[in-house]
Ligand binder design. Structure first.
Ligand SMILES: [Zn+2]
Ligand SMILES: [Zn+2]
Length: 243
């Protein structure tokens, strides 16, 4: 295990929120970056709630302005990280209805700006656009059972690259079902703290552990697609794929 820790030494939070774009976020982008930096993380992927989810972006703004709000949170954290051994990457947590959400990595501002209304597409159409742009989709907490989620609507694994098998704020049985979903569909695994505040308990407990630092969304997606990484579950390394 010690050997694994040195091989997969670059830890990235893969699911976190800021108060700039998420209605439930409690900390600024800079505060979130500071929190993960202080835990020795190599970086974080910002995944604020997108427009059908608990977004606090003003939906009366023109499309391009709305998209810029998401990117500004990322830019603020990235600027904070300049000159430090810490990388901030851009992502979103896209809700596609019924409280179901996919973490979207490897996309950028241009992608969002050039697809007005993308948040209203069925998951299959959304996935096609994201994949054409080189992006990566992991379903967030697929079996989380909460009042805002319609449990009658199941996951659609055919559109996914990965499943979030460890979400810090899930119950263990919810995470275990996510492992089974990944196993049955031969999907990769990701992990996320789903942290909304810089002093939250999930900071340092979740994410992905990579072999090398990644500076761009494209590099992140390449590392994930290689399948040669680990997920972080309660601070410990675990496999990213199942037999
Ligand atoms: Zn939230
Ligand atoms: Zn989330």
């Amino acid at each position: 295990m010690e050997k694994e820790d040195s091989i997969y030494r670059y830890r990235y939070e893969a699911h976190c929120h800021t108060c700039w774009c998420s209605g439930c976020g409690r900390s600024s982008p800079q505060e979130m970056a500071q929190a993960y930096y202080d835990k020795g993380y190599a970086g974080m992927i910002l995944t604020d709630h997108f427009l059908l989810g608990n977004s606090c972006v003003d939906r009366t703004l023109p499309w391009e302005e709305q998209m810029k709000r998401y990117h500004e949170a990322y830019q603020a954290a990235a600027q904070w990280a300049q000159g430090k051994e810490f990388d901030v990457l851009f992502g979103i947590e896209h809700c596609y209805g019924n409280g179901k959400e996919v973490l979207t990595y490897g996309i950028d501002l241009d992608f969002l700006v050039s697809h007005p209304g993308i948040h209203r597409l069925p998951l299959g159409d959304y996935a096609q656009l994201v994949h054409e742009a080189g992006g990566f989709l992991s379903m967030a907490h697929p079996y989380r059972d909460r009042p805002y989620i319609n449990m009658a609507v199941g996951p659609q694994p055919e559109y996914l690259d990965a499943v979030e098998v460890f979400n810090f704020y899930n119950y263990p049985q919810e995470n275990q079902r996510a492992v089974e979903l990944a196993r049955e569909n031969k999907l990769l695994a990701t992990s996320g703290g789903d942290e909304h505040r810089c002093d939250g308990e999930a900071v340092g407990m979740a994410g992905v552990a990579l072999r090398r630092r990644v500076h761009t969304g494209a590099q992140l997606v390449q590392e994930l697609r290689s399948g040669d990484y680990r997920v972080i579950a309660n601070g410990k390394l675990a496999p990213c794929a199942y037999e």
